[in-house]
Design a protein around this ligand. Structure first.
Ligand code: GDP
Length: 499
């Protein structure tokens, strides 16, 4: 039995009009033929589709494995034939499982580069299970998560970044994440750095050649040209790294924390943004106890809101959990909407809060809520003091809204979409969306900087060669040229079975 031909359901779980089971491996066509009634698949040309039945050829009692009887009828005991072969045979029965279309794709022009067969059946999970059982009985084995894509990578059909983009495409929820993933599948990031990587590889070879001629004190690698290449590489890597903030926002959304004292109107604002009553709004201070995550999509970006417990000091145990979570959420948030009700706050409180939570990578927006209750000039004394104390070092915006009357809500949305617009300000043609790529790029940049330093200080050629190898290795991690089983296992285990 050839354990290298794998099979799995390729379509989604559950009932559908049709489902697809895919086989890949050297024996794919042979195995499919063993349970297919219709055209001769083994003689079929590549990329052709064939009508027929998947059947099970069952043995009714022990006997020869060789005998196989086929019939157009769903259940026919092949007694006549068994009588003919009495000395070696057993009674067999043919059971048709489903009427199907079978597509044959021959190596190497397939997703995995191996022979691939796709069986389209009537989309019942029960039928799917039966077909898989028959395929396994006939020599295939069930695929592991991501195994088809892993084979495509192992067989050189796609690089690692492309393999990851397939998972991203499957997971894409909106136009932007779909486009970014598709661009990566087309080789975006790999193309972007492969030219520079190849140039660096050439220099590395020359430097290593110098090592062979160490006695003679010759320089094969033109140091000026090498410097300009390194500089070029550094600029490109920086641009790619900078694009990650934007890429990550597109792919995973932007985490937004709504923070403020109990009763400041956080739940009311969240509801106004969501336009539906999901969070519990209550007049009793501190009732929004746990964190609730809600998502809205604005201009193709997902904003993940976390409605949190109030930030007041409290002795209530349950609420304390909420307060801790609020602090955790601020730690991972990119935008913080700080809501205050002037009648229940002091400027000192707001200022102290903003100064405590201020971070380079956190945009803080002050939101003066309940303006429907007061009718004073804009900005009033309260906001003027905040502006004086906090602008521009800690924050640069105060929005005046009435969450209850739904005024100023558009301005809140604009703050969010502007935040993402500003992230677009990077020099790269390709947008990085993957944390693994980001980490590899960071490491590459560090080693390029080290190589530059090494060239500048004129260190020993041997050490320079070592630094160059490091840089090449990190650059190669993205496309998977340098990788290890742990990294691969980690990537492909996140795929679904059948992909
Ligand atoms: P949270 O504890 O910060 O989540 O506050 P809530 O959203 O539960 O609001 C507390 C109370 O303030 C509720 O009675 C709301 O109806 C009220 N409230 C919220 N926003 C406004 C507003 O803009 N104007 C007025 N007048 N009341 C508001």
């Amino acid at each position: 039995m050839n354990q290298n031909t794998i099979c799995a359901i390729a379509t989604a779980n559950g009932v559908g009009a049709l489902g697809i089971i895919r086989l890949s491996g050297a024996e794919a066509v042979k195995i499919a033929q063993r349970c297919f009634k219709g055209a001769n698949l083994e003689e079929a040309a590549s990329h052709t589709v064939h009508y027929g039945y998947i059947y099970e050829n069952r043995e009714l009692r022990a006997g020869s494995q060789e005998q196989r009887t086929e019939s157009k009828e769903p259940r026919v005991k092949s007694q006549e034939q068994s009588a003919r072969n009495q000395e070696v045979s057993a009674e067999r029965e043919i059971e048709l499982i489903d009427e199907v279309m079978v597509a044959v794709f021959r190596a190497p022009k397939t997703f995995t580069t191996e022979d691939v067969v796709e069986i389209s059946y009537h989309g019942s999970p029960h039928i799917a299970r039966k077909i898989l059982e028959v395929l396994v009985k006939n020599g295939a084995r069930l695929a592991k998560a991501g195994e088809f894509t892993m084979r495509a990578f192992m067989n050189g059909r796609i690089d690692l970044a492309q393999a990851e983009s397939i998972a991203d495409l499957i997971a894409s929820e909106n136009e932007t994440s779909r486009k970014v993933a598709l661009n990566q599948l087309k080789g975006g990031i790999t193309n972007e750095i492969s030219v520079l990587r190849n140039d660096l590889l050439n220099f590395t070879s020359l430097i290593e050649l110098e090592l062979d001629f160490a006695e003679e004190d010759v320089e094969f690698a033109d140091r000026t040209a090498m410097n300009s290449l390194l500089q070029n590489l550094r600029t490109k890597l920086r641009a790619l790294i900078e694009s990650f903030q934007y890429g990550n926002a597109l792919k995973n959304g932007v985490e937004v924390a709504i923070i403020g004292k109990p009763n400041a109107g956080k739940s009311t604002l969240l509801n106004a943004l969501l336009k539906e009553e999901r969070a519990i709004v209550s007049e009793i201070a501190g009732t929004t106890r746990d964190t609730i995550e809600e998502v809205i999509h604005l201009k193709g970006t997902a904003f993940r809101f976390v409605d949190t417990a109030g930030l007041r000091e409290t002795t209530d145990v349950i609420e304390k959990i909420g307060v801790t979570k609020a602090k955790e959420k601020i730690a991972s948030a990119k935008v913080l909407l700080y809501l205050y009700d002037e009648q229940d706050s002091t400027t000192e409180e707001v200022i102290a809060f903003v100064k405590e939570f201020h971070r380079e990578d956190l945009k803080i927006v002050l939101i003066h809520n309940k303006v429907d209750l007061t009718n004073d000039e804009i900005p009033n004394e309260f906001d003027r003091i905040l502006t004086e104390e906090l602008f521009p070092d800690y924050c640069d915006q105060i929005l005046r809204i009435s969450a209850k009357e739904k005024t100023g809500i558009e301005a809140v949305k604009n703050v969010l979409t502007d935040y993402v617009e500003n992230l677009k300000d990077h020099e790269s043609n390709v947008i990085i969306t993957n944390q693994r790529h980001y980490d590899a790029l960071e490491k590459s940049l560090q080693s390029v900087l080290q190589v530059e330093e090494a060239v500048r200080s004129g260190i020993h050629t041997e050490l320079l060669a070592y630094e160059l190898r490091n840089a090449l290795e990190h650059l190669g991690e993205i496309s998977g040229e340098f990788t290890n089983d742990e990294v691969l296992g980690n990537i492909f285990s996140k795929f679904c079975i059948g992909k």
